[in-house]
Design a protein around this ligand. Structure first.
Ligand SMILES: [Zn+2]
Length: 409
């Protein structure tokens, strides 16, 4: 296996390739992917056979549109049939759960090669913000530190640390780059601004992820933390698939790993390198704006831009004690609950949450597990109502929000 530094160097070079070279690379990877999916994954074999598609006729990106789209629920329902029969021994696979913005917990299996690719994708995206291997990075998120194969001076800070505790760590660790979810970063920046702390450490760059970055928050982060602000768009299933470049004019799409399509307004993704559980024309549940015409970016990267993704419709939750929770702290807690097919958390009033859920077929009452998971996060005094439903769809004409705040602020 390639070292991370080597992998990263190759992936960085790809961002400078001319569009013809990228198209050839995509076609080659797509052919391999389709062959592996058809030969080793029962779900795709059946999908192709039923649609009457000969896998050898899928030769370039424009052929993709013949393949039926798979929604998360299709893959969930297929269970083990979406997993490759190729010998990926357990120690060479990583299983991760994601619910992202869709409110439908989903288990994905990554082979070791893709884990290495995903690490390199993250480093490449961070590199656009000026990060270099060996530099100090502070990461504020819900991700547990994973064992890495190369030494990293990285400090992981839990998203639910108090702003004062985060600042203390920032000042002590003095990272070149600060990376994290939008909500805890905003809380940290507000803390610095409110207390007028001129001595606070100023990282070179702040990189946000997981939640949409609005204009006022972008400005606040830049001013309070004295840093250049960048955004990354990542999905567990795909890795850091788009990143903001030095020109701050949109996000470049990792075209060497991910093919993104817009189908009836929805973002449909193909992961060219994941083999243990191929994702081929996968409807990730997000909405996306029109793709802009291809234009050379002044930063020198030749990868196309990903338009604004609108599907990540999530709200922050305000607690009675004044805390503001990132929606992702709630989805992370809900991912620990087993046997949920779909869920939604609605804040109906300050300190009051409703959890609507659809159980997986044949599973028992999930209420005690949901209560335990949320009590650990919110404290005992929060009022939680748990409602079992047979379906969970957004009201007509509205987008589904996995975490929705309905109280007036
Ligand atoms: Zn650029």
């Amino acid at each position: 296996m390639l070292s991370v530094a080597h992998q990263l160097r190759r992936m960085r070079q790809a961002t400078r390739a001319n569009p013809g070279v990228i198209a050839t690379m995509q076609a080659h990877r797509l052919q391999n992917l389709v062959r592996c999916a058809y030969d080793h994954v029962r779900y795709y074999r059946q999908l192709f056979d039923e649609a009457g598609i000969d896998p050898s006729t899928i030769r370039k990106v424009s052929d993709l549109s013949r393949i039926p789209i798979s929604r998360k629920s299709d893959l969930q329902a297929a269970g083990a049939e979406v997993i490759s029969s190729q010998a990926f021994s357990p120690q060479h696979c990583v299983i991760e759960k994601t619910s992202g913005s869709s409110g439908a917990p989903f288990e994905i299996r990554f082979d070791r090669h893709f884990v290495a690719v995903r690490n390199a994708m993250f480093l490449r995206a961070m590199g656009a913000a000026g990060y270099r291997l060996g530099q100090r990075m502070m990461l504020i998120s819900g991700t547990q530190p994973r064992q890495r194969r190369w030494p990293t001076p990285w400090l992981y800070v839990p998203f639910d640390d108090s702003p004062a505790a985060m600042l203390e760590k920032l000042n002590r660790f003095r990272p070149q780059v600060l990376y994290g979810w939008v909500t805890p970063l905003r809380q940290l920046a507000e803390h610095v601004r409110e207390h007028n702390l001129p001595g606070a450490h100023q990282p070179r760059a702040v990189v946000t992820t997981a939640e949409p970055l609005d204009g006022p928050t972008h400005a606040l982060l830049g001013e309070a933390l004295g840093a250049e602000v960048f955004e990354i768009f990542g999905l567990t299933e795909m890795g850091a698939m788009a990143w903001e470049c030095s020109r701050h004019d949109g996000l470049h799409l990792a075209q060497d790993v991910v093919i993104a399509e817009r189908v009836e307004g929805r973002l449909v993704l193909t992961n060219l390198l994941l083999r243990a559980m191929p994702l081929l024309r996968y409807d990730c549940g997000d909405l996306v704006e029109q793709f802009p015409p291809m234009e050379m970016c002044a930063c020198g990267c030749t990868f196309a831009k990903l338009p604004r993704v609108e599907g990540r419709q999530v709200d922050c939750v305000r607690l009675a004690d004044g805390r503001v929770l990132s929606p992702y702290s709630l989805t992370l807690a809900m991912e620990k609950v087993t046997a949920l097919q779909r869920y939604q958390v609605i804040q109906s009033a300050l300190g009051r949450l409703e959890v609507h859920y659809v159980p997986q077929p044949g599973s028992s009452d999930a209420e005690p597990e949901i209560r335990a998971a949320l009590a650990a996060l919110l404290g005992e005094q929060a009022s939680i109502e748990v409602i079992k439903r047979s379906t969970l769809d957004p009201p007509p004409g509205r987008k589904f929000r996995v975490v929705e705040c309905r109280c007036r602020s």
